[in-house]
Design a protein around this ligand. Sequence first.
Ligand code: COI
Length: 360
Amino acid sequence: MTITFTTEPAERLADAERARVLEAPAFGDVFSDHMISIDWGVERGWYDARITPYAPLVLDPSAQVFHYGQEVFEGLKAYRRPDGSVVTFRPYANAARLNRSCARMAMPPLPEATFVEALELLVTTDRDWVPEQPGHSLYLRPFMIATQRTIGFYGPSDAYRFMVIASPAAAYFKAGARPLTVWLCEDYTRAAPGGTGEAKCGGNYAGTLVAQAQAREMGCDQVVWLDSAEHRQVEEMGTSNMFFVYGDRLVTPELSGSLLSGVTRDSVLALAGELGYTAEEGRISVADWRADAESGRLTEVFSCGTSSMITPVGEVRSKDGGWTIGGGEAGPVTGRLRAELSGIQSGQRPDPFGWVHKIA
Ligand code: COI
């Protein structure tokens, strides 16, 4: 890996300005001082790994990513602990998922060790960017784009770039742990069997913006995606997976091939078992969701993902009206899982699963 550090004062945010951002980070609009890039070519494989000052890219306007959307990405966080050390969470799970997304999008795999090394180097170099406040973190965004110069659509690109950038982050949903109001999306479909729904690729998100706008118009925070055939089975939310809580039994929609296999989802399945709950994958229909919420059998619903962590869902709106869950209040199981998971990440709770990965 070649290393080119930021030369002051060019590009680099002044210390005072960085301190101001770290006091109250938003999500995803300010970036740390450096970025990682690694190129790939048919003949050479992965080459020219480098860390350089964060800066705009120079890419050919015909680069395949701009026209045919060959792109995948990941998201994970680095946390500063009270003793000053910096850790990340299950980075090899993200590395493995990146490669599953690459396989679906006909892109070359990146060795998992290289993925983790790239994160470690960026976080170590920009460690001053890891916020100190509990609940805040440095969000890491690894991604891969197709860079071949061509607007012919004959096959996968013959050149790619893998990159990592980093952005200090507070809670994704501005009101913190306020229960979300969600919109059941029946006019649009996010993914269908055999499609790209399970891959973390940009196109999956671009296609959902119109539904997200509809959700906002209806006064909702997020969209809930349903199965493509009948719009009856719950799949996932716009930026996260979902769990349904029946007392001490938790159910999350099974991996049908058209929803994202979230790292937080997988962690909640394991953690819930450890805490004495029953946690399983299954099918949840909209009709059951409504009936069980109205009868009180369904006690809580929460969303889970890297950026949004564990966030309660209090209200559902749809064309047929709506309903609340648990009176619209955040429930104890959601609160406990959130506290336990963030405790593992911050070092305040033991890590029986070996999920925490020390960086610096
Ligand atoms: C994440 O939670 O890390 C994601 O990738 C969701 C993104 C749309 C913010």
